[in-house]
Ligand binder design. Structure first.
Ligand SMILES: Nc1ncnc2c1ncn2[C@@H]1O[C@H](COP(=O)(O)OP(=O)(O)O)[C@@H](O)[C@H]1O
Ligand SMILES: [Mg+2]
Length: 477
């Protein structure tokens, strides 16, 4: 893979004139051109590909020795281990501390551009200032303005990028780990936001997970200082500048509305990463100009249409993505902390149940049947019907159920046949919770015993009011 294959981070001038802007910065032209030749639709492995999987290059050449530690011999270069759009990552051995560290060196092509060099130095300073367990720790910065060189050392993360973890998903357990990872990413972002820093380039390539599950948000090269600019020396970007990675970009960012970028812009991108984890594809694919247009309008395919990667996307998780990726920042989670709490609540609740569609007129559960599932209506109405004890051929309508209502749980908790039928009046969408999962949720808990007692009492009472129909049992509907 060559250097210009996939630098997905775009830094460009006014959104309306991307190609003209592209020619102003060396990196952008490459970034835009490279989109054309990408294998867009061939699954999860490639579409976020940075050059992190690039084959290892040899040690730094003499002219590239940019860190004094390398020059004095304290740090021994063990070669390049990865590459992104901004520079390359080398593994070094620190002979004094007898440990390995990572060195990020600005791409020699970009180092000649003072603006890019400043951006790189700002990146090191921002990352260094954000001391947090989920942000990669920076050790030091070597900056030689006159020689036009910049590099910084940081913790060497022994692990994988989230891109790899997403591609390797095979089970619900794997997706659970990704959700835990994203909650930690939110923790890191909540801290950065409290310091006035928006990351602006959150994507699976820029998140690393260590061997023991440690999560690190990397690559703060696009970060925007929204408050006081004491940390950075670079000029604030003018309105109209588009910076970041189109595939995961919030609409205000894609429109170059710099003054509207805030914590919620990162919230959008975390939602977009979750979208990718669930569906296998980033929200905005295809040639960059089209992707940028779609991103500016916030138009992406609904997750409901996706079969999912490891599991069919559970509706509760789909709802989290929808809110995080709302077009209007006011409709999103208002902070990264809020999104973290939602993800953790989902993990605690274990609501992995699928959404089913029942056509109008369909009997969803039938009176007298054995209960095999309970239902939570998300769309449409249902009617509860019971056979008339006086005339078994007739049924009596008991009540209407609306979105948000549940049914079918009593027969499971009371371990009894269905006491009524439920018929879809419209096309109904409902979350279906299977019997085993429901039983597991209440097994061996006090709450479970209370719920079971309530169900028993309800059926007892109902039997007094209307004796159960002794119709022959049918197979479950
Ligand atoms: N400290 C590190 N330890 C291990 N690998 C790293 C480290 N920093 C970066 N990498 C790897 O290098 C890739 C590119 O680094 P990144 O900082 O994202 O560069 P760029 O700004 O050029 O995109 C990452 O996707 C990751 O695979
Ligand atoms: Mg990167």
């Amino acid at each position: 893979m060559s250097r210009t294959d996939v630098p997905p981070t775009v830094v460009a001038g006014p959104a309306k004139d991307l190609s003209a802007a592209a020619s102003r910065t060396g990196s952008t032209a490459a970034a835009l051109d490279s989109y054309e030749g990408l294998p867009w639709f061939d699954g999860a492995m490639h579409d976020d590909a940075s050059l992190s999987a690039a084959t290892a290059h040899g040690p730094l050449e003499e002219a590239e020795v940019v860190h004094p530690g390398v020059a004095t011999g304290r740090l021994r270069d063990e070669g390049e281990i990865a590459r992104g759009g901004m520079g390359s990552i080398h593994r070094l051995y620190d002979l004094e501390l007898r440990r390995r560290v990572a060195l990020k060196v600005i791409d020699p092509g970009l180092a000649t551009d003072p603006e890019m060099r400043q951006r790189f130095v700002d990146e090191a300073r921002i990352t260094g200032a954000l001391a947090h367990p989920n942000i990669v720790p920076v050790h030091d910065l070597a900056f030689d303005e006159r020689a036009g060189r910049a590099a910084y050392t940081m913790k060497l993360v022994d692990g994988r990028t989230l891109t790899e973890l997403i591609a390797m998903q095979a089970s619900q357990r794997d997706l659970e780990r990704i959700l835990q990872c994203l909650a930690s990413v939110c923790d890191a972002l909540a801290f950065a936001h409290s310091r006035g820093i928006v990351h602006r380039d959150l994507k699976p390539d820029n998140i690393m997970v260590g061997e023991f599950g440690e999560v690190y948000v990397m690559d703060w090269g696009c970060a925007l200082a929204t408050g006081e600019r004491t940390l950075v020396d670079g000029e604030p970007e003018p309105e109209g500048t588009v910076a970041g990675t189109v595939r995961y970009m919030a609409p205000e960012q894609a429109r170059g509305e710099i003054s509207r970028i805030d914590a919620r812009t990162d919230v959008f991108s975390i939602g977009a990463i979750l979208y990718k984890a669930l569906t296998g594809q980033a929200p905005y694919m295809g040639p960059s100009e089209q992707a940028l247009d779609a991103a500016a309008r916030c138009e992406f395919r609904s997750i409901d249409e996706s079969g999912g990667v490891a599991v069919k996307p559970p509706p509760m998780l789909t709802a989290i993505v929808k809110q995080a990726m709302a077009r209007d920042p006011a409709d999103r989670y208002q902070s990264a902390a809020e999104l973290a709490e939602e993800l953790r609540a989902f993990l605690r609740g274990g609501n992995w149940f699928p959404l089913h569609v029942f056509q109008a007129g369909r009997t969803i559960v039938r009176e007298g049947d054995r209960a095999d599932a309970a239902y939570l209506i998300t769309e449409g109405r249902c009617e509860v019907r019971k056979r008339d004890p006086a005339n078994r051929a007739r049924s009596i309508a008991l009540r209407i159920l609306k979105p948000g209502d549940v049914f079918g749980e009593t027969a499971i908790f009371a371990d009894a046949p269905r006491s009524a039928s439920v018929v879809a009046l419209d096309d109904v969408k409902a979350v279906v919770v299977d019997r085993a999962s429901l039983e597991q949720l209440v097994a061996n808990t006090y709450l479970g015993r209370f719920v079971k007692a309530l169900a028993d009492r309800f059926l007892e009472l109902e039997a007094r009011v209307a004796p159960p129909a002794d119709a022959p049992k049918r197979p479950a509907s």
